[in-house]
Design a protein around this ligand. Structure first.
Ligand SMILES: Nc1nc2c(c(=O)[nH]1)N=C([C@H](O)[C@H](O)COP(=O)(O)OP(=O)(O)OP(=O)(O)O)CN2
Length: 164
């Protein structure tokens, strides 16, 4: 039985966020602080609407841009890490990993509800924010949302979220 499937994808030069981070891995290793120029691509699937759109490119692009702009030029810190503890440090946020700690001005950080600021988790976070943005605009939340986050050229992670 033949069938058709529609999707739209946005990936624009400005869907980029340049952010600081460090991740933990293998249980006992914590990277030194560093940054990436992350690039984001978003795809959604669904039925065509009365405009014959799956989703308006412009709305999808603008919602994605608003989310990534919040991350741009910020230090990304995980609030759910079992290894990195965040605490108040006067006007700063202190991140502690074993005997190492870093202190950052609070307004130069984004505290993300993730366990590790890997590209996978950043993609998941952006996908969640996109669902909220769609609902917040009174738009139908797309059946399938894919978010790709490219940490550096040739290294990317993607999440596919499906409503079913
Ligand atoms: N599946 C994943 N693997 C790794 C992630 C990730 O998010 N998901 N992240 C990292 C680190 O962030 C690490 O910094 C990446 O290291 P590297 O590739 O060396 O990054 P560079 O930007 O320095 O790239 P170069 O090609 O070395 O210049 C590790 N793994």
């Amino acid at each position: 039985m033949p069938s058709s499937r529609y999707k739209v994808r946005v990936t624009k030069d400005y869907l980029v966020f340049s952010s600081g981070h460090f991740i933990t891995f293998n249980g006992d290793t914590c990277e030194p602080i560093h940054g990436h120029n992350y690039r984001t691509a978003v795809e959604v699937e669904g039925d065509l609407d009365e405009n014959h759109y799956v989703f308006d490119f412009i709305a999808l692009r603008d919602m994605t841009r608003a989310i990534v702009d919040e991350l741009d030029h910020r230090m990304l810190l995980p609030t759910q890490s079992p290894h990195i503890r965040l605490s108040e440090d006067g006007p700063n946020v202190r991140a502690t990993y074993r005997d190492r700690y870093w202190s950052f001005p609070r307004d130069e950080c984004v505290l993300l509800p993730v366990a590790n600021t890997t590209s996978e988790r950043l993609a998941e976070y952006i996908a969640g924010r996109l669902r909220e943005a769609m609902a917040g605009r009174g738009l139908a939340v797309s059946r399938v949302i894919r978010v790709e986050v490219e940490e550096c050229f040739g290294q990317s992670a993607e999440i596919e979220w499906r409503a079913d």
